[in-house]
Design a protein around this ligand. Structure first.
Ligand code: KIV
Ligand code: ZN
Length: 556
């Protein structure tokens, strides 16, 4: 016999779910404080549970499974504290898990006594494998167990009548390993006891306790269950997927197409083994399709910080939406496309978010544009230019983009490390604006000149620490300064290219100038100046370019 065998497909030739799309958010139920907590190396204590509970409320969960109070003293005390200290908002329902055993059910009712709205969640395992190797039980024994549990719950809920709303939930645990007709049979037997109505629905939760198949098979199982189930109209079909094959999110998404109306999961997919459905990702997947998820992840960074603190597990760098690297492009062509995408978006003013390589606007989840692009030795001019623009407000001319990306590449090649946005900006300033202080410009003023198309200017400069006045003549102040410097100090350069632009509104300086010079030995060097006066900005750019040439000749 083979060690591994394929999961038998579901025969459902007229399946309808593949033709549907997700147009509505499910009812979300967070199981962070129960399923997630049960799977932690260090389960949360009361302080962490409370902090996470508050965070779940802030996100907007209206149903929260707060624990397994009959199995854990911490959970019991926590549930009591929530109720006794009136910490549960009126529109929020707490949910508690329990097995089909009378003493456990009694203890569970003690835990929730006085709650305004609670869901008692009964479960027992129904899969063929567990029946055979764990319980050594026949189907009828398993049904009896569930029905007994349902009856005790019904009895105790009736006894509590008047103290608050109590709803019921049943999970045929390991549903995905259960024959569908048996899952239907046991859920119907439970509903026969609870007698749900259209106005008072029972929740039937169909867990992929262990993910055994591709997500389309889970969707088939859900659709087939829904079609066969006699209480479909009187129940809410809930999904509870785990992630053993890495497709827990896809399974919930396809399961919703197949009839799921409610989804249980955890923040960042914390949970047993490979985790539960990651609700953050599923909700933001809906957001990117224009569907309002009803959950607020606009401060995802803080939510992540709290979840990491409470679970003592870190969120991986590449986790969708929340990972450190998901808004980071290292490849030059990707950086270039992202830069162009943001520019096009800004220019068009369109509302629809369309930027290559990004599925969501980082701002919508409390992240910023500046770490969108990080620079390493694989990066190209586009990304580097984007960072300079983003950090300093400079729109670099193309030749300067190429020149500066080579400067950056040298650094990243030498260190083998990526450069942060701030490092890139600092390198730009150091290279093109303040390479050295050998030549310093202080002031200038025009002086009389009676030659047509020529101007004369007097400049106050310091050269090698010696402050002096020099005068030169040319087509404009830049040309005049080049002549003055050549005559007085022998600093001969040719201006090859020149660009200028106004800085963005709000900046304290109003203009940037990019001056490309050619030195006597044929080197082409950019200098950059920034000043309120465009003339001074251009002079500063020229002086910076000359200082670069001096630096290079000093270093041989
Ligand atoms: O994964 C599972 O089956 C569960 C049930 C208790 C719902 O967590
Ligand atoms: Zn689970």
């Amino acid at each position: 016999m083979a060690k591994y065998v394929p999961f038998p497909p579901i025969s459902l030739p007229d399946r309808t779910w593949p033709n549907r799309t997700l147009t509505r958010a499910p009812i979300w139920c967070s199981v962070d404080l129960r399923d997630g907590n049960q799977a932690l190396i260090n389960p949360m204590g009361p302080v962490k549970k409370m902090e996470l509970f508050r965070t779940l409320l802030q996100i907007g969960f209206k149903e929260i499974e707060v624990g397994f109070p009959a199995a854990s003293e911490t959970d019991f005390t926590f549930v009591r504290e929530l109720i006794d200290q009136q910490l549960i908002p009126d529109d929020v329902t707490i949910q508690v898990l329990v097995q089909a055993r009378r003493p456990l059910i009694e203890r569970t009712f003690e835990a929730i006594r006085g709650a305004k709205s609670a869901i008692v969640h009964l479960y027992n395992s129904t899969s063929t494998l567990q029946r055979r190797v764990v319980f050594h039980a026949e189907k009828a024994d398993i049904v009896r167990m569930a029905v007994d549990g349902a009856r005790w719950i019904d009895e105790l809920a009736k006894a509590e009548r008047g103290s608050g709303q109590i709803r019921f939930q049943y999970s045929p645990e390991s549903f995905t390993g259960t024959e569908i007709d048996f899952a239907v049979e046991i859920c119907e037997a439970v509903c026969d006891v609870w007698q749900p109505t259209v106005d008072n629905k029972t929740i039937i939760n169909l867990p992929s306790t262990v993910e055994l198949t591709t997500p389309n098979v889970y969707a088939d199982q859900i659709e087939l269950f829904c079609r066969s189930f006699n209480y479909r109209q009187q129940t809410i079909i809930s999904l509870h997927t785990h992630n053993d094959r890495g497709t827990g999110i896809a399974a919930s998404e396809l399961g919703m197409l197949a009839g799921g109306e409610r989804v249980e999961g955890t923040l960042f997919g914390n949970g047993e083994r490979t985790g539960n459905l990651d609700i953050v990702t599923m909700a933001l997947n809906l957001t990117t399709q224009g569907v309002d998820s009803g959950l607020d992840f606009s401060n995802l960074k803080e939510i992540r910080r709290i979840a990491e603190f409470c679970t003592e597990l870190r969120v991986h760098e590449r986790t969708p939406y929340s990972g450190d690297l998901v808004f980071t492009a290292f490849s030059g062509s990707h950086q270039d496309a992202i830069k162009k995408g943001f520019a096009a978006l800004k220019e068009s003013g369109q509302e629809r978010f369309e930027v290559p390589y990004l599925t969501i606007d980082p701002v919508d989840i409390g992240r910023q544009y500046d770490p969108v692009i990080r620079v390493n030795s694989q990066s190209g001019k586009g990304g580097v230019a984007y960072l300079v623009e983003n950090q300093l407000g400079f729109h670099l001319p193309r030749r300067l983009q190429i020149a500066f990306s080579q400067v950056v590449q040298k650094v990243t090649d030498a260190t083998g490390q990526e450069m942060s946005a701030r490092d890139v900006a600092a390198k730009f300033v150091e290279t093109y604006m303040k390479p050295t202080q050998t030549l310093i410009y202080h002031a200038h003023a025009p002086v009389d000149c009676d030659i047509e198309d020529q101007e004369r200017h007097r400049f106050t400069v310091s050269y090698q620490g010696d402050k002096q006045e020099i005068t030169g003549q040319g087509a404009g102040p830049l040309d005049a300064l080049v002549h003055a410097l050549t005559e007085r100090f022998g600093l001969a350069v040719d201006i090859q290219d020149y660009h200028e632009h106004a800085m963005e509104a709000g900046s304290d300086s109003s203009a940037a100038a990019y001056v490309l010079v050619k030195t006597a030995d044929g080197q082409e060097l950019f200098g950059v100046g920034q000043h309120k006066s465009i003339t001074k900005a251009s002079i500063l750019g020229l002086v910076a370019a000359i200082n670069r040439s001096l630096l290079l000749s000093e270093s041989g």
